[in-house]
Design a protein around this ligand. Structure first.
Ligand SMILES: Cc1cc2nc3c(=O)[nH]c(=O)nc-3n(C[C@H](O)[C@H](O)[C@H](O)COP(=O)(O)O)c2cc1C
Length: 165
């Protein structure tokens, strides 16, 4: 059997950066009751019936254990004025929620105020995939706010068609 071709990581990142995504903060409640969350753009729709969504989490994430044992998690789809929140939740470790306004969702999972939409899920399944773990959630509640979404392309944030740097 032929060995798989070696792919240059920088070239792969550059190509993936040509695919515009939204930006989400995926949140859950840790076993100790602490709020857990990180910036995620691997989120996507998976199935309408049953309603399923997916996202992937790096095996290096400090949040891995919390999501592996979580019964519920929420996808907070950021609005176009929330690039600063995206940057904050892309930092490693705890204390990201300091002075971030939240309210409690299903299972006590924190929902970040001011987002474009909220997708609240019950953990459905997970699967190791390379250096990430793929999480599938069954959607239990959704809400949209009418705010325009934040967009991420090639490592930069955009809102309403304007580059936010
Ligand atoms: C726009 C953007 C999207 C990201 N998407 C993901 C993702 O889908 N999965 C992931 O594991 N990390 C993603 N990250 C990186 C994490 O947010 C980052 O590694 C964070 O520090 C993880 O925090 P933790 O180790 O406390 O969980 C993304 C970062 C940015 C800026």
């Amino acid at each position: 059997m032929q060995a798989p071709p070696t792919i240059d990581t920088r070239a792969l990142r550059r190509a993936l950066g040509c695919f515009p995504t939204g930006v989400t903060i995926v949140t859950t409640l840790g076993a100790d009751g602490a709020f857990v969350g990180l910036t995620v753009n691997s989120f996507n729709s998976l199935s309408l019936d049953p309603p399923l969504i997916l996202w992937s989490l790096s095996t290096h994430s400090t949040s891995l254990r919390a999501f592996e044992s979580a019964e519920h998690f929420a996808v907070n789809i950021l609005a176009d004025d929330q690039a600063a929140i995206s940057r904050r939740f892309a930092l490693r470790g705890p204390n990201k929620f300091h002075e971030v306004a939240v309210h409690a969702g299903l299972g006590g999972v924190p929902l970040i105020e001011g987002c474009a939409a909220y997708i609240e899920c019950r953990a459905h399944s997970s699967m190791p995939a390379g250096d990430h773990v793929l999480f599938v959630g069954r959607v239990e509640r959704v809400r949209t706010s009418g705010r325009a979404p934040l967009v991420y392309i090639g490592g930069r944030y955009h809102g309403a068609g304007i580059e936010l740097a």
